[in-house]
Design a protein around this ligand. Structure first.
Ligand code: SF4
Length: 703
């Protein structure tokens, strides 16, 4: 094999940067940004620039299937057939004895769309359970729920070109400088070209993004709804709302107006702990700018009131008509590379494929007909979302769980309970590219998966753009693609559950799976029936919707003011501020906040293998304001124990003026591979938003 260059997509954040992978003799030798990819035009951040180094060694990779042959024995290497047979036979036995809802699938926003589609088809079409949820539940389910409630359908209405056209950019709960660095570069270049552009950052911490803002609203954690309602009050009473837009394209404004009547800027500023004039300044810039764009992320979503926070922000856009035009819109950014693809295929416990609903009999019948199974095979009972799924595992209602491409023993809140749940399960199957994660340690069966650079498929980025992911090299050892593993087990399970029936997994070539997925979207709001691998290969990455016959995709949604609701009108929601689930007290006086580091990714399975990515932050830390540290006689480097009602861990202290007094901060990434605990989620809060079921990972009372 000579030297080749393969066009693909970065495997980390939802920006979805295009990459060109150089490879030689079956090894990846270099990665550069794809100058033709419309997400990044050749730019890459530190994580993307180090992709080749992350693929340089097989060390730490899962290379062979492993199984425990008895309950307490260590896992040992087995052949693929033995591992696949064992998973299928165990799942079939449990399904026969306890019903389909006694098994569960916990998958990942890092799976490719085709893999996600196959997992969903296996769970809902073969097993007949909706117990398939994903780590995307921890990431963007509040954004999904709010888009559906406000616009009638999921999906960001904006696109990356809006970054260059916005006059006012409102960052809400997003440290873009760390989480989506390439998008920040685009914004910086846009502001350099148009210096009058205003940046407003809403964040309890003075992050690197906040430090670059024209206005930083350093609100008390969790008070976003009060802030947005106070801003709306000012916009209404100063006549800065778009009355014509409201009357032509929305409903519910009168109720909202009545509700925010009492939320004066003064009251809202007091709740948020900011100056009233700063709140008014933010409202003025947002309302008077020709185009206002908001970019938001986990700071809104990871909350016990995450849906309300999203809706209160969307209210601002609808009230001012800042949507459906260049440079404007409420733009939720996805953390993971393919959280969007998971939403498209319905790979969650609370939805069906192509934005269909589980409780809609016609929708179930459409999906069943597409798969060629009886309509009654698709369960009308919603599945258990992530937190409830692991609760059910601990309670014994779920007996077996199959975890793919995720590390819940590190990333879920309240880790002591998560570990107890996995220990209680009859069977834990883990499918992963990396052998040593906090979750693989608890697996009864380990299935070695191919990873970035080794497999084929597609991902969808934050602006609804679908890009090809291509294999540059073969996987190491006996690792196989996620799609291959799912299909192999699915066929075995079908034979055990429905002997003699035709397989739903007869053609699992990635291009065929993509075609099957596209066909299922026909006539839906995310219609991509006009896409195929041939189109993506010839025309490059494409946004949705792109129905059959369309000559180009839709960059922005709702440009005509017609929304995906039954009457075509967007809906205002009169949401009130509610405090976080857990308040500080004499016993737990600190608000614990969590977030990302610039150069690490999630549970560090990949980035934690590269020394160069530790230069920015070499070790874990609990950050505390210097005044709080001084009052306790603590100094940087001291080992401190942080605890909550759930658990505790020990971290070195770092003082930081980025934080307000009374709060502490820890990065989410550090885990049992680096600490003698599972990381900060030993202490974090499992309380979920009642509408989106997303847990409040970003706020816990602690001491
Ligand atoms: S911004 Fe995100 S997608 Fe782009 S190179 Fe960095 S991690 Fe990868």
């Amino acid at each position: 094999m000579g030297r080749t260059e393969t066009r693909s997509t970065c495997c980390y954040c939802g920006t979805g940067c295009g990459v060109l992978i150089a490879s030689e003799d079956g090894r990846i030798t270099g990665v550069r940004g794809d100058p033709e990819h419309p997400a990044n035009f050749g730019r890459l951040c530190s994580k993307g620039l180090n992709l080749a180094a992350s693929a340089a060694s097989d060390s730490g990779r899962a290379l062979y299937p492993e199984m425990r042959l008895t309950r307490d024995a260590p896992r040992q290497r087995v052949g693929w057939d033995e591992a696949l047979d064992s998973v299928a036979e165990s799942f079939a036995r449990i399904i026969h004895q306890h019903g389909p809802d006694a098994v569960a699938f916990y998958v990942s926003g890092q799976l490719l769309t085709e893999d996600y589609y196959l997992f969903n088809k296996l769970a809902k079409g073969v097993v007949g359970t909706n117990n398939i949820d994903t780590n995307s539940r921890l990431c963007m389910s509040s954004a999904v729920t709010a888009y559906k409630k406000a616009f009638g359908a999921d999906g960001p209405p904006s696109c990356y070109a809006d970054l260059e056209q916005a006059d006012c950019v409102l960052f809400a709960g997003s440290n873009l400088a760390y989480a989506h660095p390439v998008l920040l570069r685009r914004l910086e270049e846009a502001r350099a070209a148009r210096p009058d552009t205003r940046w407003i950052v809403i964040d309890p911490r003075r992050t690197d993004t906040a430090a670059m803002a024209d206005l930083h609203l350093q609100i008390q954690p969790g008070t976003d709804v009060a802030l947005f309602n106070g801003m709306l009050h000012h916009l209404i009473w100063e006549g800065l709302v778009a009355a014509d837009y409201i009357s032509a394209h929305t409903e519910g404004f009168a109720e909202l107006k009545q509700m925010v009547r009492n939320t004066t800027p003064n009251m809202a500023a007091e709740i948020c702990g900011i100056r009233e004039e700063d709140l008014i300044q933010a409202a003025e810039w947002f309302g008077r700018s020709p185009a206002s764009l908001s970019l938001y992320c986990m700071g809104l979503n990871q909350s016990s009131h995450g849906t309300d926070k999203n809706l209160a922000l969307i209210n601002l856009h609808l009230a001012t008509g800042q949507i459906g035009k260049p440079g404007a819109g409420p733009f939720s950014l996805t953390g993971q590379p393919n959280a969007m693809g998971g939403r498209e295929v319905g790979g969650m416990a609370t939805m069906l494929a192509a934005h269909r609903d589980i409780d809609n009999a016609a929708h179930r019948a459409e999906v069943a007909a597409h798969w060629g199974v009886p309509a009654e095979r698709l369960s009308a009972t919603p599945g258990l979302p992530a937190i409830a799924m692991f609760d059910a595992l601990q309670q014994g209602r779920i007996k077996a769980i199959w975890i793919a491409c995720s590390n819940p023993a590190h990333s879920l809140p309240n880790l002591p309970q998560v570990r107890a749940a996995l220990a209680k399960a009859e069977l834990v199957v883990v499918q992963d590219a990396f052998a040593h994660t906090d979750t693989t340690a608890l697996a009864d069966i380990l299935l070695p998966a191919a990873t970035w650079g080794e497999k084929e498929g597609t991902v969808t980025n934050s602006e609804r753009r679908i890009s090809r992911v291509r294999a540059a090299v073969p996987p190491p050892g006996e690792a196989q693609s996620d799609g291959w593993i799912v299909s192999q087990i699915a066929r075995r399970l079908e034979a055990l559950l429905y002997p003699g029936a035709a397989s739903l997994f007869a053609d699992t070539e990635v291009a065929s799976v993509f075609d099957e997925h596209c066909a299922l979207t026909a006539g839906r709001d995310l219609d991509i029936s006009g896409l195929s691998y041939a189109v993506l290969d010839s025309a490059g990455p494409q946004q949705w919707p792109r129905p059959a016959g369309a000559v180009q995709a839709q960059a922005r949604r709702y440009v005509d003011g017609v929304f995906a609701t039954a009457n075509g009108r967007a809906r205002f929601h009169a949401v009130r501020y509610q405090p976080p689930a857990e308040n500080v007290s004499a016993h737990y006086p600190f608000r614990l906040l969590t977030g990302r580091l610039r150069d690490q990714w999630h549970g560090m399975s990949r980035t934690g293998r590269l020394p160069q990515l530790f230069a920015h932050r070499p070790e874990p830390a609990l950050e505390m304001h210097p005044d709080d540290a001084e009052r306790r006689g603590l100094q940087t480097g001291d080992l401190v124990r942080i605890s909550s009602k759930r658990g505790q861990l020990v971290l070195p202290l770092a003082t930081s003026r980025e934080l307000p007094g009374g709060t502490v901060f820890a990065a989410m990434h550090w885990n049992g591979q680096f600490l003698n605990s599972g990381g900060i989620n030993e202490t974090s809060q499992p309380q979920v938003d009642g509408q989106s079921f997303q847990p409040e990972l970003k706020h816990a009372a602690s001491r």
